[in-house]
Design a protein around this ligand. Sequence first.
Ligand code: GDP
Ligand code: K
Ligand code: MG
Length: 302
Amino acid sequence: TQHHETSSRSAFIAIVGKPNVGKSSLMNAMLGQKVAIVSPKPQTTRTRIMGVLTKGETQLVFIDTPGMHKPRTRLGDYMVRSVSEAVSGVDACMLVVEPEGELTESEHSLIQSFQKSGLPVVLAINKIDLLEDRSAILARIAQLNGLYPFASVVPVSAVKGDGISILIDELSAFAQEGPHFFDDDALTDMPEKALAGEIIREKLLRLLNHEIPHGIAVSVERMREREEGGITDIDAVIYCERESHKGIVIGKKGAMLKKVATLARKDMENFFGCKVNLQCWVKVKEDWRNREGLLRSFGYDS
Ligand code: GDP
Ligand code: K
Ligand code: MG
């Protein structure tokens, strides 16, 4: 029998860092597609999301984690646990930090956990577009290099796209010989229904006031392509914690819900590559964040 020499390689990479540092934005920038939702609010990313990037023989599987924070609810607790689960068993970590300022306590404890595990870590200094004086990057690199023997340090901007291909190259160095775990054209492990729900949640996070979005969950009840093809019907329920929140989500004469649904539909059409007919309903489910059964029905497996 003939022996086929395979050179396919893959690496699992956990993306970690404090909330809002740009973890999801960086993963999306590397994938060239918005897979993880992004917003200026902490706790935007609730579950572990895998992003898949295949370039030639190398497949990188990114695990985008929720930021570290002190859990106050069962959902928060789940989010923190999914960070530590994501880090175990990966080939390397990518730690994302701000371009300036003191490191937080949670960042220091992450570095300590690297020290214990001896995990290779690529440090991404994100948001360098915000620096007025680019030469400040050198001092930042020197400061951070003193804290851990990082495999490499890459200054990047997820928003401007600076340094992204260097980052991909650095991370590719950790790929091990072996099969690809996903199809070469896959972008994520997230089921399409969950992705559609996340797109709606992102619009809500962007358009609504501070207090409400964390009390919101989206459940996509139906997603079906019509027989004649070309159009996909998507039915989604937006759950909020209070009757008063429901009014805000719907808005005056339904204006807010319409805006959310229009923006979400455009993103879905772009992502799924077909026309979408999106229907959204708003329901009240009090205190859903603390009820495990409901958490599971929203897709947060714990
Ligand atoms: P995460 O919580 O770490 O996943 O952070 P996100 O990816 O959700 O980003 C948080 C906020 O930072 C969003 O408003 C992003 O648009 C913004 N952001 C992310 N990367 C950059 C960057 O390179 N430059 C600037 N100026 N903003 C960024
Ligand atoms: K965020
Ligand atoms: Mg995120």
